[in-house]
Ligand binder design. Sequence first.
Ligand code: PLP
Length: 403
Amino acid sequence: MRFDTQLIHAGEPETRVRGAVVLPIFQSSTYASESGAGYHDLRYLRLSNSPNHEVLHAKLAALEGGEAAVVTASGMAAISTALLALLRSGDHMLAQRCLYGGTHALVTQDLPALGIETTFVDADDPAAWAAALRPNTRAFYCESLTNPTLELGDLPGIAAFARNHGLVSVIDSTFASPVNLRPIEHGFDLVVHSATKYLNGHSDIVAGAVIGRAELVARVRHKLDHLGGSLDPHACFLLHRGLKTLGVRVRHQNQTALTLARWLVEHPAVAHVNYPGLPTHPHHGRAQGLLAGFGGMLSFELRGGADAVGRFLDAVALAIDAPSLGGPETLVSSPARTSHVGLEPGMRRALGIGDGLIRLSVGLEDAADLIADLGRALVGSTRAPAVDATDDDAPADPSRTTR
Ligand code: PLP
């Protein structure tokens, strides 16, 4: 089966439940034991072995080209459980700089408290990886496209380096989704996802997934059984439903994001656009080789800095000022005010996250309507605030529409 067919048919039960085309929700916490069954045959929701879990595990493994998969209660449950399954006190890990904020906090706050140390490295600098290696280094953790500057590290290089040095390579591929990148084909051992984003794609659940070599996924499952971060069957059902349209959604988002990036780069209110589909992106050549599509995420710097960001976010009408990504609604956010607010400003700027940066998760709306909306907001972002807001003679600002 090819990818789009796998989305619909991979992992589906051979016998349909009472003929139902869609697998029903098995909302039962426990299952009657069959005669002669042993302890390891028990079915219980925390053990992630309901029919709703099993179909997802098989489908996700097929989509990423992995041997096995397990779904989790959130993306952070996938990441924390995977790392705790791989690492123990006294171990060391290499990690790409500029990780998702929640992962950064886990790695810099929680893991050190358990005796697990991390060295952050440039994902483009193999000499730095070798220099940071220690006898107790066990894993190399990176992301497919970084948030919010959309950097694309030397991913095949990382996987090969990990293999050559006996490390487990783990990649958070949330931003790319398996439509645009299948990291296991490039040598990665484990792929983690916030399934909250593209995999589900409808902004209505929080979920995660870990996919990869069977022996490693079994270790993650075992840890998940202990830590308890299993996914509820109703959320499994929604993720299963969302996955079926992953291909059409992401390809549409790829196309709209490229259209918007090309338009934004020409806009006078925009200083800079980060999108791997643009020839100006530092990793454009690598992106052309590695990615099937450049993705639905982009970011851009407003010439007017932090003040312009406030005016822009107030002025958008279709796009919603909200965190998260990968859903049908176009979302905008200011990383300096939200996802990366915890970083010291100098560090933020060093990572390319200026106060004027806007992150955009492109939804499924028509590109022309998004351009009209963002265009109005960009014009609004360049306007100085009215001196007297109660002045009836002041010209109406057409960009200030209700959300
Ligand atoms: N990884 C990435 C790249 C993310 O953007 C997020 C959330 O924004 C996560 C992981 C965490 O996922 P969740 O919110 O589902 O726990």
